[in-house]
Design a protein around this ligand. Structure first.
Ligand code: FAD
Length: 488
C-alpha cells in the first residue's frame, strides 16, 4: 500500500476485462502501486456505441472484474464521460507517474487514444500502450510490399509465419495499491446506467451466459477438453453445441487470444492425436479471422459505414420496413432464417452458419442495406464487435474484402436441409413448427394439408407464408447486381 501517488500508475481497462495476460496491468504492477480505472465513454459515436445486449454483458463483466480487483486490494475506479478529459485530469489531480492501457483498433478509439497519449506526454506523465487484444497487430502482418492484406488466406499464412505469439503472463497474485485516503472518488457501477430501467430484456440472457473472466476460462477449458476435436465436423451444425461460444468473452477481453492460442496448442500436445490437432488448428484459424477483421477495420476506418468495394455505392437497395420488421422478429416464413433471428432475440447469440444465412436473406432476398442488419446485430448480440460485425456483414453482402461472390445467394431451404437435416434447430427456436416431419420442416408451404393439420400448423395464421419467393428474389438480386457489376 502506498500513500504516494508519484509511484503509482493508472491502468485504464477498456475491452480487456481480465487479470490474466493483461500486459498493461502487468507493466503497472512491476512499477509500483496500481490504480485500476474504467470509463464509460459516453461520447462514442453510433457505430462504437454500446448496444442493449452489450450493456447487459458489460455491467456483469465489470462487476466480476471489480470483485477480483477488490480481492487483490486494488479497487476499480468507475468514471463516466469523456476519456479525453477524465484521464489527463485524473493523472494531474492524483499526480500519478504513468498511465497504461491495452490498445484498441476501431477508428474512434484509436483517435481518442492518440490524443490522450500526447496530452499525457505534454504533461510529463509516462503513457504506454500494449497489445492485449490480438495475436498480432495490424501493422505487424504485412504483405511482401509492406502493405495490408485484403484477403484472408494469405493474411493467415503470413500471420502464422510470424510464429507463436508471445507467451501469456499469468494474473498477478496481489497488487500494490494506493492507500484509501489517496484514492480519488468515482461512481458506483450501479450508477453507470448499464442496466435498463424499464423491462429488463437482458434478464433472460443470464440463463445462457456467465460474463466475466471465470466464466470465460470455464468455457475455454470445457471446449479444449474434448469438443474442439470435433470442431471441424460439428461447427456448421447449428443444432449441435459444436463451437466454443467464446465470442462475447473474447470481445470483452475476458480471455486473451494469446491465452487461447497457447492453451489450445497445449491441449493438442497433451492429446497427441491427429484429430485433436486438426480441430485445434481449425479453431485457431477462426481466431485468425478475428485478427483479419481488426486488420481490415484498422486499415480501412471508413468500413463501418462505407462499402469496401466502392462499386456497391450505386447498388439499388430497397426501402422495406415491413420486410425488415419481419426479419428482426423471425417471421419471414423461412424456418431456418426465423430460427436464427429468434435464437438471437432470446439468447443474444446466433450460430455462425445461420448468421451467414440471415445476412444473405436480408441483403439479397430483401435487398435491404447491410448497414441495417449490422445495426440490429450491434444492438442484440452479446458478442457485438465493430470489426467482426462490419467485416462479416460486408462479406455476406458481397461488398467486403475477400467477400462471398455476390451471385452466391444462400437458398434458405437447401441450407436448412444441409446443415439442420433433422430440423432440430428449427424445432427448438420455432416451436410452432415442431410437429412437422423433417421432410418439410424447412419448407412448410410444400407440405400437404393433412401433414400441416396433423402438426397443428395453419400457414398465414400460426406461422407466416414466405414473405418473398426465394426464386424470384434471387433473380431480382442478380438483376440489381448487374447494375453495379461493371462499375469501378
Ligand atoms: P467459434 O467457432 O468457436 O470461433 C472462435 C472465435 O473465433 C469466436 O469466438 C470469434 O472470436 C472468432 N470468430 C469465429 N468466426 C469468426 C468470423 N467469421 N469472423 C471473425 N471472428 C470469428 N463475431 C463476433 O465476435 N462479433 C460480431 O459482432 C459478429 N457479427 C457477425 C455478423 C455476421 C453477419 C456474421 C456472418 C458473423 C459474425 N460474427 C461475429 C462471426 C461469428 O459468427 C462469431 O464470431 C461466432 O459465431 C461466435 O461463436 P463461437 O464463439 O462459438 O465461435
Amino acid at each position: 500500500m502506498s500513500d504516494s501517488p508519484s509511484d503509482c500508475a493508472l491502468v485504464w481497462f477498456r475491452d480487456d476485462l481480465r487479470l490474466d495476460d493483461h500486459p498493461a496491468l502487468a507493466a503497472s504492477a512491476r512499477r509500483g502501486a496500481v490504480l485500476p480505472l474504467f470509463i464509460l465513454e459516453e461520447e462514442a459515436p453510433g457505430e462504437s456505441a454500446l448496444g442493449g445486449a452489450s450493456r447487459w454483458w458489460l455491467h456483469r463483466s465489470l462487476s466480476a472484474l471489480a470483485e477480483r480487483l477488490n480481492e487483490l486490494g486494488a479497487p476499480l475506479l468507475f468514471k463516466r464521460g469523456r476519456a479525453e478529459e477524465i484521464v489527463p485530469t485524473l493523472a494531474r489531480e492524483i499526480g500519478v507517474a504513468a498511465v497504461y492501457w491495452n490498445r484498441r483498433y476501431q477508428p474512434w478509439g484509436v483517435a481518442v487514444d492518440k490524443r490522450i497519449k500526447s496530452a499525457l506526454k505534454d504533461a510529463g506523465v509516462h503513457a504506454e500502450s500494449f497489445n492485449g487484444a490480438l495475436l498480432y497487430e495490424p501493422w505487424e502482418v504485412k504483405t511482401k510490399q509492406g502493405g495490408a492484406y485484403g484477403v484472408f488466406t494469405p493474411f493467415w499464412k503470413a500471420e502464422c509465419a510470424l510464429g507463436d505469439p508471445p507467451q501469456p503472463t499469468p494474473a498477478p497474485k496481489s497488487l500494490p495499491s494506493l492507500a484509501p485516503a489517496a484514492r480519488p472518488a468515482g461512481e458506483a457501477l450501479e450508477d453507470l446506467g448499464l442496466s435498463p430501467s424499464g423491462p429488463d430484456w437482458g434478464a433472460k440472457l443470464s440463463r445462457y451466459w456467465t460474463p466475466g473472466e471465470a466464466g470465460a476460462q470455464a468455457r475455454l477449458d470445457a471446449f479444449l477438453d474434448g469438443p474442439v476435436a470435433d470442431y471441424p465436423s460439428r461447427r456448421d451444425r447449428p443444432a449441435a453445441d459444436g463451437t466454443s461460444r467464446l465470442s462475447p468473452h473474447i470481445h470483452f477481453g475476458e480471455a486473451s487470444p494469446r491465452r487461447i492460442w497457447w492453451n489450445a496448442l497445449e491441449a493438442a500436445r497433451a492429446d497427441g492425436g491427429a484429430k485433436m490437432e486438426e480441430g485445434v488448428w481449425a479453431f485457431l484459424r477462426e481466431i485468425g479471422w478475428r485478427d483479419f477483421n481488426h486488420n481490415l477495420l484498422f486499415h480501412n476506418p471508413q468500413m463501418p459505414y462505407a462499402n469496401y468495394q466502392r462499386k456497391f455505392d450505386a447498388f439499388p437497395w430497397r426501402e422495406d420496413e415491413a420486410g425488415y420488421r419481419a426479419w428482426t422478429r423471425g417471421l419471414t416464413g423461412y424456418p431456418l432464417v426465423d430460427a436464427g433471428m429468434r435464437e438471437l432475440w432470446e439468447t443474444g447469440y446466433m450460430h455462425n452458419r445461420v448468421r451467414m444465412l440471415v445476412a444473405s436473406f436480408l441483403v439479397k432476398d430483401l435487398l435491404i442495406p447491410w448497414t441495417k442488419g449490422e445495426a440490429w446485430f450491434r444492438d442484440t448480440l452479446v458478442d457485438a464487435d465493430l470489426a467482426n460485425n462490419v467485416g462479416n456483414w460486408q462479406w455476406a453482402a458481397g461488398c467486403g474484402a475477400d467477400a462471398a461472390p455476390y451471385f452466391r445467394i444462400f437458398n434458405p431451404v437447401t441450407q436448412g436441409e444441409k446443415f439442420d437435416p433433422d430440423g432440430d434447430y428449427v424445432r427448438r427456436w420455432v416451436p410452432e413448427l415442431k410437429g412437422l416431419p423433417k421432410k418439410v420442416i424447412h419448407a412448410p408451404w410444400t407440405a400437404d394439408a393433412r401433414t400441416l393439420a396433423a402438426a397443428g400448423v395453419e400457414l398465414g395464421r400460426t406461422y407466416p407464408r414466405p414473405i418473398v419467393d426465394h426464386k424470384q428474389a434471387r433473380q431480382a438480386a442478380l438483376a440489381a447486381y448487374e447494375e453495379v457489376k461493371g462499375a469501378a
